[in-house]
Design a binder for this molecule. Structure first.
Ligand code: S3P
Length: 450
C-alpha cells in the first residue's frame, strides 16, 4: 500500500559465522501471477506457498476490487474464485499497488481489454516509475491511458470495448511488459504475438499454458516469439509456489562473505530465466553448490549450499545474462566488493528504472562504505577489496527499495565497521521474514542507526 509508514532504520554488524537452514519465502513473480490468473479463471484456484509480502497482498486486494473472491486459508495458503477471462468488474476505488511495478503493470494488462476503467496509484517509488512501456502496447489493443507527465501514476486505464489482437516487439528486456501484453491478449479475439529479443523470465507463458490457454513459444531470428490464442476459458489450478531465487540470493551471498559460514537454502526454483546470479557466483569462485536437483511443478529446483569463500575473483558478467539476474545486481555488487579484483556489470541500464535507480543507489552506498566504484548509464564496476576488506561504517540510503536495503545489510554482516540503512521498511514487500531468518543464522541486526 502507498503511504509507507515511518522509516525503520536498521544496522548490521560484523557477524559470527552464519550457520543453518534458511527457509526463504515463495517466489514473488509466481505469486502475483497465481492470483491474477486465478482471478481470470472460472472456478477455484488453490495456492500454497504464496509469498505474503506487501506487494503480493496488494495484488490480492486488487483482484478483489475487480470482482474475484480471494480467501486466505492459512499461512501461504490461498483460494481464488475467479471471474473468467473478460469477467472483471469495474473497481469502485482507486487500485493502490503500493511498491509493486509487477503488480500494477500486470494488472493494467489484465484489465485493458475489458470495457471498464480503473485508476492506479502506488507509493512514492512506484509513482516515479515509467508506465509508458506498458501503456504503449495496451493502446494497440484499443485501451487508453491518462496519467501524469512521463507516463507516471496515478493513471487511469480505459479498457478497450472491442479489443483487437496485437503483434508487439518488446523494445526493452522486460518480463512485466511481455506479461502485460499477454494478459491483455487473453481477452482479444484471435492471436496476440509478443516478440522479445532477449529471453526474460517466462513464468507467464508457462503458467498460461498450465491454466489451459493455447500458447506457443518459438525461437526465431527475430527473437523469442510467443503466440497466444485469445478468449480461452482458463481452468483453475492447484499451484505450489516455489521458493524465490531472488530472496535466496541474500542468505547465499551473506554466507559467501561472512567468515566461517555454511548455510543451506532448500527448495529454490532454478528456472534458467532466473538463475543467472548463481552461475555468476560460481564463475567468481564461490563455494556454492546445488544439491538434490529435482523437478517440482514443472520447474527445476535445488537446495543451495553456500560456504564462506576466500577465493572469489571479480569477473566480467556477460551482458546477455542480465535478464536472468536483473534483480540480483545489488547483492552481487556487495559480493564483488569482497572479491579480489574488478567486477564489471555491463548492459544493466534497466536497473535505473527499478524500485530505485539501483546503479546510483549501490554506487553511492558502496562508496560511503569505502569501496571504489565506477558507473555509466549502462554499467556498474566494483573494485573488490578481498575477504573482510570493506571498511563499512556508513548509513546507506535505500530509496524505498527492498533489495537495496537487504544488500547493504548483508554488506554490514561482513564489513569491518557496521553498515546501516535509513529504512528497512520496504523489505516487507518481498521478504517479510528477512530479519528473523538472518538472525536465526547468526546475523547481528539491530533496529537503529548504529
Ligand atoms: C518481474 C520482472 C522484472 C523484475 C521484477 C519482477 C516480473 O521487471 O525486475 O522484480 O515478475 O515480471 P522488468 O520486467 O521491469 O524487467
Amino acid at each position: 500500500m502507498s503511504g509507507h509508514g515511518d522509516p525503520i532504520p536498521m544496522t548490521a554488524r560484523r557477524s559470527a559465522p552464519l550457520k543453518g537452514v534458511a527457509d526463504v519465502p515463495g517466489d514473488k513473480s509466481i505469486s502475483h501471477r497465481s492470483l491474477i490468473l486465478g482471478a481470470l479463471s472460472v472456478g477455484e484456484t488453490h495456492i500454497t506457498g504464496l509469498l505474503e509480502g506487501q506487494d503480493v497482498l496488494d495484488t490480492a486486494r486488487a483482484m478483489r476490487a475487480f470482482g474475484a473472491e480471494v480467501t486466505h486459508l492459512a499461512h501461504g495458503e490461498w483460494v481464488v474464485s475467479g471471474v473468467g477471462v473478460g469477467g472483471f468488474a469495474e473497481p469502485e476505488q482507486v487500485i493502490d499497488c503500493g511498491n509493486s511495478g509487477t503488480g500494477v503493470r500486470l494488472i493494467m494488462g489484465a484489465m485493458a481489454t475489458s470495457p471498464i476503467s480503473a485508476t492506479f496509484t502506488g507509493d512514492a517509488s512506484l509513482r516515479s516509475r515509467p508506465m509508458g512501456r506498458v501503456t504503449d502496447p495496451l493502446g494497440l489493443f484499443g485501451a487508453a491511458a491518462y496519467g501524469r507527465a512521463g507516463g507516471r501514476l496515478p493513471m487511469t486505464i480505459v479498457g478497450a470495448a472491442e479489443p483487437v489482437p496485437v503483434r508487439y516487439v518488446v523494445p526493452v528486456p522486460s518480463a512485466q511488459v511481455k506479461s502485460a501484453v499477454l494478459l491483455a491478449g487473453l481477452n482479444a479475439p484471435g492471436q496476440t504475438v509478443v516478440i522479445e529479443k532477449e529471453a526474460t523470465r517466462d513464468h507467464t507463458e508457462r503458467m498460461l499454458a498450465g491454466f489451459g490457454a493455447e500458447v506457443s513459444v518459438e525461437q526465431t531470428e527475430e527473437g523469442r516469439v510467443i503466440t497466444l490464442t485469445g478468449q480461452p476459458e482458463l481452468r483453475p489450478q492447484s499451484i505450489v509456489v516455489p521458493r524465490d531465487p531472488s530472496s535466496a540470493a541474500f542468505p547465499v551471498c551473506a554466507a559467501l562473505i561472512v567468515e566461517g559460514s555454511d548455510v543451506l537454502v532448500p527448495g529454490i526454483g532454478l528456472n534458467p530465466t532466473r538463475a543467472g546470479l548463481f552461475i555468476t557466483l560460481q564463475e567468481m569462485g564461490a563455494d556454492l553448490t546445488f544439491e538434490n536437483m529435482r523437478e517440482e511443478g514443472g520447474e527445476p529446483v535445488a537446495d543451495l549450499r553456500a560456504r564462506y569463500s576466500t577465493a572469489m575473483r571479480g569477473i566480467d558478467v556477460p551482458p546477455e545474462r542480465a535478464p536472468s539476474m536483473i534483480d540480483e545486481y545489488p547483492v552481487l555488487s556487495v559480493v564483488a566488493a569482497f572479491a579480489a579484483g574488478k567486477t564489471v556489470m555491463r548492459g544493466v541500464k534497466e536497473l535505473r528504472v527499478k524500485e530505485s535507480d539501483r546503479i546510483d543507489a549501490m554506487a553511492r552506498g558502496l562508496e560511503a562504505c569505502g569501496v571504489t566504484v565506477e558507473e555509466d548509464e549502462d554499467t556498474l564496476i566494483v573494485h573488490g577489496m578481498g575477504p573482510g576488506g570493506m571498511p563499512g561504517g556508513a548509513v546507506c540510503a535505500t530509496h524505498l527499495d527492498h533489495r537495496i536495503a537487504m544488500s547493504f545489510l548483508c554488506a554490514g554482516m561482513a564489513a569491518q565497521k557496521p553498515v546501516s540503512v535509513d529504512d528497512a521498511g520496504p523489505i516487507s514487500t518481498s521478504f517479510p521474514v528477512f530479519e528473523p531468518l538472518m538472525e536465526g543464522l547468526g546475523a547481528h541486526l539491530g533496529r537503529s542507526n548504529r
